[in-house]
Design a protein around this ligand. Structure first.
Ligand SMILES: Nc1ncnc2c1ncn2[C@@H]1O[C@H](COP(=O)(O)OP(=O)(O)O)[C@@H](O)[C@H]1O
Ligand SMILES: [Mg+2]
Length: 307
């Protein structure tokens, strides 16, 4: 393999999720590369420098041309990612050529040129592009099945935070998210297969000049939830910027601005709470993360209070 990957850098990212199991995971990487290079006839493997924790390698396949080999941190999200990509079958989403769940490994079509939506400098243009994408995406109807929904996600992390104790301030924001979720659900009752993490790094420029969606979490809920992560990912920024982006997106996707703010808040509280489940090297670093969580929740909560 041409580019060996940067163990030190990868280790730091993976440690947050795998803790003591990190070195065991990393020790398997070379073997897996060997195994799947043969099995799927892959050449020219190169480690891709990304800001995320999963390990990605660009490569060539005799069968499929330019590909990406994705080695995932084990967990239930690997199966839901695979199932979601397969369900969309190339409609807006990247193609999945092959996978092996027992090794948490995926062989994906490589999107070219593949620039993340962050490369679009103007945030108003990003808002316009995202709204167009959501408008044209064929949301697939889906029973709950093996997928979570936002309520299941919130209840899971609620239980975790309650158990560790001393988290009343954070739980206030999570309880508010649960309340707003039931409010939204009175009106938004569709059961669709959603991405659940559709932000700028997971939207890649394709050869047609539009954006291909990668890296879904796979969650079943109403599409009202699908724009939330994208907007939250623009933070930290001014309130005005978010208001402008929401004002651009709301008419195109035909949902009231207030409801977009509510879904944003739900996603923010949930995403923030999840960060507290990661492995921390000290109590001090946990406390620091906690105060950041509170500040982020407070920021988005203000959009709700105003109405
Ligand atoms: N199929 C692909 N084609 C081109 N680039 C990709 C592809 N998959 C991932 N990437 C690049 O790698 C980054 C991380 O991949 P992603 O699947 O989102 O990993 P993670 O699950 O760790 O977030 C993406 O933001 C993108 O820049
Ligand atoms: Mg990603």
């Amino acid at each position: 393999m041409a580019n060996r990957f940067d163990y030190k850098r990868a280790r730091e990212g993976i440690f947050k999720y795998m803790g003591a199991e990190t070195d065991g995971f990393l020790s398997r990487v070379d073997g897996l590369i060997e195994k799947y290079s043969q099995k799927w006839q892959l050449t020219d493997l190169n480690y891709m420098l990304t800001d995320t924790v999963n390990l990605l390698f660009s490569c060539k396949s005799t069968l499929h041309g330019l590909c990406v080999l994705k080695m995932c941190i084990p967990g239930p999200e690997v199966a839901t990612e695979i199932n979601c990509i397969q369900a969309y079958n190339g409609q807006g989403y990247v193609k999945l050529w092959d996978y092996d769940l027992s090794d948490d490994i995926l062989l994906l079509e490589r999107i070219e040129p593949g620039n993340q939506m962050w490369d679009v400098q103007d945030y108003k243009e990003r808002a316009r592009l995202m709204a167009e994408l959501i408008k044209t995406l064929p949301f697939i109807k889906c029973p709950q099945g093996e997928y979570p929904n936002y309520k299941i996600w919130m209840e899971g992390i609620h239980k975790y935070l309650t158990n560790i104790g001393g988290m009343e301030d954070v739980l206030f924001y999570l309880n508010e998210a649960l309340r707003l979720y039931s409010e939204l659900k009175q009106q938004y009752t569709r059961s669709c297969l959603l991405h659940g993490d559709m932000h700028q790094e997971n939207l890649l420029l394709n050869q047609q000049g539009s954006y291909t969606i990668i890296d879904p979490k796979g969650v079943v809920d109403d599409p009202i939830m699908e724009t939330a992560r994208f907007l939250n990912n623009e933070l930290p920024c001014s309130k005005k910027k978010i208001q402008e982006m929401v004002a651009i997106m709301a008419p195109t996707i035909k949902v009231p601005k207030d409801d977009m703010h509510k879904s944003m808040y739900i996603d923010m509280a949930l995403g923030c709470c999840w960060t507290l489940e990661e492995k921390f090297i000290s109590q001090e670093s946990f406390e620091k993360a906690k105060s950041e969580v509170l500040a982020d929740c407070r920021f988005v909560y203000e959009f709700i209070l105003r109405h």
